[in-house]
Design a protein around this ligand. Structure first.
Ligand code: XMP
Length: 326
């Protein structure tokens, strides 16, 4: 029988055959696909893999640490972290249009990744070694969606580095090309990756930038991060993570409403909870979360995040609403 152990060993064997004695790099996003792909390649070629994590400063609380600490601890992978938060904030200054935000983040991401890749290639070169491979966490549904070719790289444009310049032409290594998401999670568990990584809900590449309706600023990111951490914690505590597909938490940064907190009148911002159930994100329904859980999230956010004085629930299915607000 074709067990998970077989699948993992077969994948490792294929990777060894493809890469030979060359070196590879892999961009980590914090998500399960790139993490599992990297972990497989690490098993296959060890230190000849270098991972790059571009921290764009738009991740949720604890996620950068999860990559820097937990992923490295569980795999022993060589990791180059680039802290580019400041650069992304500067590039996003004054921008409110969602597609503009995506474009800017995609562009900056590629630039930062290229710089890191160039350094790794040059460093290996000084030891007479060649970096010829780029690892990507492309899944079977991505392959199908793009017509089965190798063009899968362009679906999630900024994680899958498509248009790299001439001097950074890599051959792709895509160890997850035959797998569905649930199988990828099983492989991840088999490889000993921590549950927070293996069971992470989908999270958009542009991160919290498209969950702040309005301009992205450091202060607004902090407010959203705090509210999001509370919502995620309570959903996890209530054992609801496997029931929902994802739960975007959105800050309506340009909207204010009057409230009363403690002794005084406030004029704060609303937070939107967007819990959805879905099979594949193409369609979705709003999750009928238990009222007690919603109440706890609302009370905690308004008590603990002073800038927020109202928590609202999005009860729109997709279509007509998309899962994300931007
Ligand atoms: P929508 O909002 O279109 O989202 O219903 C469908 C799924 O895709 C995710 N999403 C993105 N993922 N880059 C990504 O990598 C993006 O720009 C992006 N926009 C949406 C969203 O979280 C949901 O899972």
């Amino acid at each position: 029988t074709w067990t998970m152990v077989n699948i993992v060993e077969d994948a490792i064997e294929r990777i060894r055959r493809q890469i030979g004695d060359k070196r590879a790099i892999c961009g980590l996003s914090g998500g399960v696909d790139s993490a599992v792909a990297a972990a497989l390649v690490q098993r296959a070629i060890g230190d000849r893999l270098t991972c790059v994590f571009v921290d764009h400063g738009l991740l949720r609380a604890g996620e950068a640490e999860q990559v820097e600490r937990d992923f490295v601890a569980s795999t022993g992978v060589q990791l180059k972290v680039v802290d580019a938060a400041e650069r992304f904030l500067v590039a996003l200054k004054g921008v409110t249009d969602p597609e503009q935000k995506r474009k800017i983040i995609g562009r900056e991401f590629i630039r930062v990744f290229e710089e890191a890749a160039r350094e790794i290639v040059a460093e290996a070169g000084t030891h007479g070694e060649q970096v010829e491979f780029l690892v990507q966490g492309t899944l079977y549904p991505d392959v199908v969606e793009s017509g089965g070719g190798t063009g899968a790289a362009n679906i999630k444009s900024h994680h899958n580095v498509g248009g790299l310049p001439e001097d950074l032409r890599f051959e792709l290594v895509e160890p997850l090309r035959r797998l569905f998401k649930d199988e990828v999670r099983k492989v991840g568990e088999q490889l000993g990756l921590p549950p927070q990584i293996v069971w992470r809900h989908p999270f958009p590449g542009p991160g919290l930038a498209i969950r702040i309706v309005g301009e992205v600023t450091r202060e607004r990111l902090e407010v959203l991060r705090a509210a999001d951490a509370i919502a995620r914690h309570e959903l996890t505590e209530a054992g609801l993570d496997r029931e929902i597909w994802q739960c975007p938490v959105v800050l309506l940064a340009d909207v204010r409403s009057v409230g009363v907190q403690g002794d005084g009148r406030t004029y704060g911002h609303p937070i939107v909870l967007r819990p959805v159930t879905s099979e594949d994100a193409m369609t979705a329904d709003w999750s009928r979360l238990p009222y007690e859980v919603l109440a706890r999230i609302s009370t905690r956010i308004t008590n603990e995040v002073p800038e927020v004085n109202r928590v609202v629930l999005d009860i729109t299915s997709k279509p007509p609403g998309t899962i994300e607000w931007e």
